[in-house]
Design a protein around this ligand. Structure first.
Ligand code: ADE
Length: 249
């Protein structure tokens, strides 16, 4: 996969994109990364990328010309056209399903805003607009890094263990099951016996139930969409009743 970014702070990407799993993905050839400086597509002495909004108001807006010129140039740098993502608070909220969808693209270009926003016409270039959530960052760079991180770890081979991206939270719409490592007894806090039993079927069953219990406890909203068996719905109801009971105490 090729990931590219277009922003006025291209230098913020490299440290993260060369560390840990991202760095490994690049050295194994699963990921190529390139950060472009939007100012390279300006034509004035001050390399201006922003201007005051028509109609008045606070702050500066990113101009549309450098963004159009840059995207046009970057688009033709490789044979495959990029899937163009504008990171902006007015986009759809990012989630694991979106990460999975983006992981199927060969080439992603993130366009990152700064200042108080951008000229609305620039947004016409977007294949999609994505927001990290309902809060405002000073720019889209961090949002692009978060999305890139969630996507890159889904590329086959990047995590090493193919199962680890399948088993985790949200991959089946539920939170991940509880996990433990040594010691089996920490000041009286015991690891569940079944996990020490060596009985794989029993461990799998316990994990499914743990996943349901943790979801009911910490993110009950996720259960509305989850695909559950009759038995699982009964357990969920029990966990929810237990939760209501504990809260009432
Ligand atoms: N730029 C500023 N705030 C943002 C957000 N919440 N998500 C994505 N990009 C942003």
């Amino acid at each position: 996969m090729l990931i590219e970014t277009l922003s006025v702070f291209p230098e913020v990407f490299e440290p993260y994109m060369s560390a840990s799993i991202m760095g490994r993905a690049r050295s194994m050839g699963a990921l190529d990364f390139c950060a472009y400086d939007l100012r390279d597509w300006t034509h004035d002495r001050h390399r201006t990328v922003d201007d005051a909004p028509f109609g008045g108001g606070q702050g500066m807006l990113m101009k549309c010309e450098p963004i159009y010129e840059a995207v046009e140039d970057i688009r033709t740098k490789h044979e495959t056209s990029p899937h163009i993502i504008f990171v902006t608070p007015c986009g759809a909220s990012f989630d694991q399903a979106c990460a999975q969808r983006l992981a199927c693209h060969e080439r992603l270009l993130f366009v990152c805003g700064r200042y108080e926003g951008m000229d609305e016409r620039a947004l016409d270039l977007a294949d999609e607009r994505i927001s990290l959530g309902d809060y405002v960052l000073t720019g889209g760079e961090l949002a692009a890094l978060v999305i890139a991180d969630a996507v890159v770890r889904l590329i086959p081979g990047v995590l090493g263990d193919e199962k680890s991206a399948v088993d985790e939270s949200f991959s089946d719409g539920l939170l991940e099951y509880a996990q433990y490592t040594r010691p089996a007894d920490y000041h009286g806090k015991q690891v569940p016996d079944v996990l020490l039993s060596g009985n794989h079927a029993a461990v799998d069953a316990w994990r499914r139930k743990s996943s349901l219990e943790r979801t009911a406890r910490f993110r009950p909203d996720l259960l509305e969409q989850a695909e559950l068996s009759e038995q699982e719905r009964v357990w969920v109801k029990q966990f929810m009743d237990q939760r209501a009971h504990n809260e009432g105490e």
